[in-house]
Write a protein that binds this ligand. Sequence first.
Ligand code: NAP
Length: 475
Amino acid sequence: MVAIIGAGPSGIYAAEALSQQVEVPVHVAVIDRLPVPFGLVRYGVAPDHHSIRSIRHTLERTLDKSGVRFYGDVSIGTHLTIQELRGSVDAVIYAYGSGSDKRLDIPGEDLPGSIAAPEFVAWYCGHPDVHPDTHPAPSVTSSRSARSSNRAERAAELIAVVREAVVVGVGNVALDVARVLIKTSDQLADTDMADDVLDALAGKVVTDVHLLGRRGPAYTSFTTKELRELGQLDGVDIIVQRDDFDLDPSSLAVIGQDKVAARNVAVMREWAERELTGAPRRIHLHFWTKPVRLDGRVAVEAVEVEQTTINSAGAVVGTGEYRQIPAQLVVRSVGYRGLPLPGVPYDESTGRVPHAEGRVIRDGAFSRDEYVTGWIKRGPTGVIGTNKSDAVETVASLLADVRDGEVAPGHRTAELDELLTTRGIRALGMPAWHRIDAAEIHRGLSHGRQRTTLAHRSELLAAAAEDPPAALHAP
Ligand code: NAP
């Protein structure tokens, strides 16, 4: 038995790679602390990105395979220790992603109205950590997620009064956040957003979203398809400074070598040349601009920014020219960061599990039965599909170790179930997910939508139950 911790794309791709090979008979347990699978495909991919979200159907087929079992609502580190899990299976693959955010480390960062993108994304995707029940269930909600829920709730309340928002960072998450903030509720109605999220967004009055890039337009980490989408939003003008496209030698060198960077610059250069239409809402792209302080008496009112440049050593430095951008909401979209899981090796400097080709390094040597894949292996980079090749590498290492006699994954098949039963822990399997799926579709259809995400843990558990209460299905 191989246990995979994390039922996001990286964990499920690892399960797929294990189930596809015929060399070694293996049972796979995919464990997640949440009652539902799919990780960032459900709780990270923007709700208006329908085709990327539909990857869920492929992932679902893997979890439905014989030989693969989903163990939802089982928290490793809370219900079972790593040592206990390792003692009950033949090998473990860590695939628990990057559960936290990077900080800006500037004054005012913790003012109300300032929120990390991972929390804001979790809120609009309907993650139960940030949609707490009135009476939260014991033990599974960590103090970190309780803090997140408070900040996200405050941000949700603030949305009703936010006219100008700043998004720090120029990556794909910043694009997702900017789109969700600037789209009207009509433009978001065809998503599966939870009812209370859609209600909060329906009341918003955002007219201007400012994206801040601390370097120039050649140094964004957007994918071009997602960037183009920003320029195609109805009722939105994109405001970019033409001067930013008089590229310096280092930027020219970047676009000479990097085709994506060159395409992104071409897209934004075209925007800079466009006539503004006088649209009611605007997205502003500010390059060579870094935030130095968030200002406000009781909540964020403005972002103090400094102009930047690249020095001869290639470092980004401030020029000493400052200005203020008014904003009542600041979303810090500067990347995710992996968190330590008690009992698992962790490199504080990278926020990752130390490894070589997916084999975990524990106390300076390869661990006999531990592997790692996904963001907690390589850092928060790449698109969903990147996790597939990453998982294939990890599983190839595991299978090579089986051939060398280091691991024997066909041995233990029942110990994990016995351990969970002994502890009184009832995992939610795929039948429970299919009931939740049906309830979400039913909830959506009853409101004229295709589906509606159940955001609260209590709703998920009620839908997962074999005889869900009739009220759950009432329109
Ligand atoms: P990201 O791509 O790493 O972008 C982070 C951004 O934050 C960069 O622009 C970075 O600028 C900036 N930044 C970092 N520290 C900063 C600081 N102290 N001050 C100002 N700016 C700072 O991260 P992400 O947007 O969170 O995305 C994570 C991963 O998910 C990426 O691989 C992304 O492609 C993927 N994703 C994909 C999609 C999609 O395909 N549709 C959607 C969402 C996410 P520097 O470059 O200067 O460091």
